[in-house]
Design a protein around this ligand. Structure first.
Ligand SMILES: [Fe+2]
Length: 402
């Protein structure tokens, strides 16, 4: 190899590059929980179980039966998580964990439970209070690589949607009412138990809304400009699975196969967004959620309809490629195929009883300005397949309110 070759290889560092972080071990299918607990071995010491009251009433006996199999294991339950959780619940869970000397963590529930558990874990492991996580010291801990001494974290999802069990993000409402994103691969569950039976009792609303959220995670990770090829492969397969599983699970909620597909689709979409992030749809949804006090998926519906149609005007290709891969359309016309895919996703929203318009959203130009400023802080915004300038984001918000 001569000097010219070496220089040529060095020039390669300007190519697209990245680091692929796989989430922890995932046990799926029958007996997933028992198998995950066995795999945890001695690292499952005095676990703090983070859950919510409804989930624990319905599924606590099943989880406790699995924990009882571990000889001598003692656990503490914190069941105070509510939807759209706030830092108050993190503080309560942390207190419960510290008082009982917990050395590991099990989250049993949906996305809110996972999110509270992640931030609680960060405090338990770092010894920091929740306020300190946002200081330089806290950020340094969150950004550092996981160590073998970090407490074991086992996630047992009971909903299929957020993908929080496989993603590195946690969304928690701060004391000022605004949602805060905590991102750390260190608080991503080391073990996941995907046992579809645990989602059989999920009512129509959370099943439908979670399924639609998962569809948009998969699509966002597929269409965005992040080049990570592994995330792209995961996103497309997740989209395929979610688009098939959502109507199936809504038509036959007692079907274990449909529940299993929905659970795996949501998990894979979570893995994809952990690698590739999402797009402007999610970036613009988060600030609006703090304002309208509607469920995540109910905000996603109208935001998706406006933002994806605008994006596809000049960046139809990734939507069209998905349309062809999924057999939704293949007309030879990129724009038409893209719109067919967007239409198919909107049909999923309708099936899930999610409106594509806000019933009574009122926004002044100042409101839109403030929302646009917040949306631009999202790491997913610059990855949207159509680059959106500040004024365009503002105008899209105003369009949603029209
Ligand atoms: Fe989402």
């Amino acid at each position: 190899m001569n000097e010219k070759d070496v220089k040529g290889m060095r020039a390669g560092s300007s190519q697209a590059h990245g680091r692929i972080e796989w989430p922890g071990a995932c046990f799926w299918g029958g007996d997933a929980l028992v198998r995950a607990i066995r795999a945890a071995g001695p690292r499952l010491r005095k676990p703090l179980v983070v859950t919510d009251a409804g989930v624990w009433t319905a599924l606590g006996p099943f989880v406790e039966a699995a924990l009882t199999d571990v000889r001598g294991l003692q656990w503490q339950v914190y069941g105070g998580v509510v939807s759209n959780p706030s830092l108050a619940q993190v503080r309560d869970a942390l207190r419960a964990g510290r008082e009982s000397g917990s050395e590991s963590l099990i989250a049993v529930g949906g996305g809110s439970v996972m999110d509270v558990a992640k931030v609680t874990l960060a405090c338990m492991a770092s010894g920091l209070e929740v306020e300190a996580l946002q200081t330089l010291e806290g950020q340094a801990w969150l950004e550092a690589a996981a160590t073998p001494d970090d407490p074991l974290f086992l996630a047992v999802p009971t909903t299929s949607g957020t993908g929080s069990e496989s993603s590195s993000a946690a969304l928690i409402q701060g004391d000022d009412g605004r949602k805060r994103l905590f991102r750390s691969t260190r608080t991503r569950p080391a073990l996941v138990a995907l046992q579809p039976e645990l989602t059989l009792g999920l009512p129509f609303g959370p099943t439908a809304q979670g399924g639609f959220d998962a569809v948009l995670h998969a699509l966002g990770a597929w269409v965005n400009t992040d080049p990570c090829p592994v995330g792209k492969a995961m996103a497309l397969q997740a989209l395929r699975l979610c688009m098939k599983a959502l109507p199936a699970v809504l038509a036959a909620p007692a079907s274990l196969q449909a529940r299993a597909d929905m659970q795996m689709g949501a998990y894979m979409a979570g893995v994809a967004i952990g690698m590739n992030k999402v797009d402007a749809v999610h970036a613009m949804c988060t600030p609006l959620e703090s304002r309208v006090h509607m469920a995540h998926a109910e905000v996603l519906g109208p935001v998706f309809s406006v933002v994806s149609r605008y994006t596809a005007e000049t960046a139809a290709r990734p939507y069209a490629e998905a349309a062809r891969a999924l057999g939704v359309a293949d007309t030879g016309d990129e724009r038409r195929d893209a719109l067919a895919l967007i239409g198919a996703v909107e049909e999923q929203a309708t099936r899930a009883r999610i409106s594509l318009r806000f019933p009574d959203l009122c926004l002044s130009p100042e409101d839109a300005e403030s929302l646009a400023v917040q949306a631009r802080q999202s790491a997913s915004m610059p990855l949207n397949p159509r680059a959106l300038a500040h004024e365009e984001i503002k105008s899209l918000y105003l369009q949603m309110a029209a």
